[in-house]
Design a protein around this ligand. Structure first.
Ligand code: UDP
Length: 330
């Protein structure tokens, strides 16, 4: 009984593989290494370097492994890039998922957990956001994830496949032992960018907009630890394997922090003054994104363990300090 993790060399994928293996599960990882890293692949996982758009490679994998469930992270995820290169996102996120589902149906593999995103909601009408709230994405990335959810739903009706879509809010932090963590190139996310200042890799951090209708004028986000996300994937897979129906779940802590508050936490954790410079708003940023994750808690029994923002930033700092160039050998 093996679990296939597609995109298992990436940020959230590698943390999920780690939790699966620590729980004694047999894991197969597939990744095209476009944004993932060989060094992030767990040594106890059987690794296939393949692209999910390669139907033959997928078929060969399903024929040589006995896969009971799939956890699918293999997608592009940069909002800005999705706006300038939308077809790149349609090609990987939608065409790739289509190839995957065709291969799964052909090989009778009927359970899949996959990454969706808070970006499916667009500008929320109210917070905390519920799964039943309107989905009106304001960027191409969110649109492709919503379309993936819809594709799953139709395939589920036609072929009996069951799925869970996990809509993450702001993934952050690193494994508490600092052996794996976040490494993007280019880096666009707030916490790793803030920590580049004490690492000596940038002079200051820019705050994108100080005139939002929030308590200090900067955007509010719900930061959720990557290990808690990993736990949720395993619970969601076990839910499907024990007969659960297809469903959609938000994953967040239900608590929002402003950009300024995050910088203050990082100052405390690192002991560095971290200069911040107010700059223009970034296009497409909603003022507030905060999840209601009551459904994941009640249906999946999910209980985030790293809800404290100080602990979250500490784990990120321990990773970045010990791996200042990520997985790159310098
Ligand atoms: N942000 C910022 N400066 C940066 C990077 C991000 O002020 O250098 C802000 C961004 O505008 C957003 C928040 O930090 O309000 C979180 O951004 P991130 O890109 O980490 O995640 P997103 O919410 O876009 O998924």
């Amino acid at each position: 009984m093996s679990i296939l993790v597609l995109g298992g060399a990436g940020y959230i994928g590698s943390h999920t593989v780690r939790q699966l293996i620590d729980a004694g599960r047999d894991v197969v990882v597939a990744d095209n290494l476009a944004t993932g890293f060989t060094a992030a692949v767990h040594p106890q996982a059987r690794f296939y370097q393949l692209d999910i758009r390669d139907r033959q490679a997928l078929d060969a994998l399903f024929e040589s492994e006995h896969i009971d469930g799939v956890i699918h992270f293999a997608a592009y995820s940069q909002v800005g890039e999705s706006m300038s290169r939308p077809l790149k996102y349609y090609n990987n996120n939608l065409y790739g998922t289509m190839q995957l589902l065709e291969s799964m149906v052909a090989h009778d593999v009927g359970r899949i957990v996959f990454s969706s995103t808070a970006a499916v909601y667009g500008e929320p009408r109210s917070v905390p956001i519920l799964e039943s709230d309107p989905t009106v994405p304001t960027n191409c990335y969110g649109q492709t994830k919503l379309a993936m959810e819809q594709m799953m739903s139709w395939v589920s009706r036609a072929h009996g496949l069951r799925y869970t879509a996990l809509r993450y809010f702001n993934a952050c932090g690193a494994h508490p032992d600092a052996s794996i963590g976040e490494a993007h190139d280019p880096e666009t996310h707030l916490i790793p960018i803030v920590l580049q200042v004490p690492l000596g890799r940038r002079e200051s951090v820019s705050i994108f907009g100080g005139d939002y209708p929030t308590r200090d004028g900067t955007c509010v986000r719900d930061y959720i630890h990557v290990t808690d996300l990993a736990d949720a994937h395993i619970l969601a897979l076990d839910y499907l394997l024990s007969g659960g129906e297809s469903d959609v779940f938000n994953l967040g802590n239900g608590v929002g922090f402003t950009v300024r508050e995050i910088i203050d936490v990082a100052r405390e954790v690192t002991g560095h003054p971290i200069p911040a410079v107010l700059s223009d708003r970034r296009a497409g940023d909603p003022a507030q994104l905060v999840a209601s994750s009551e459904k994941a808690r009640s249906v999946l029994g999910w209980e985030p363990r790293y809800g404290d923002i100080g602990t979250i930033v500490e784990t990120a700092w321990a990773w970045h300090r010990s791996h200042p160039h990520g997985y790159a050998e310098v």
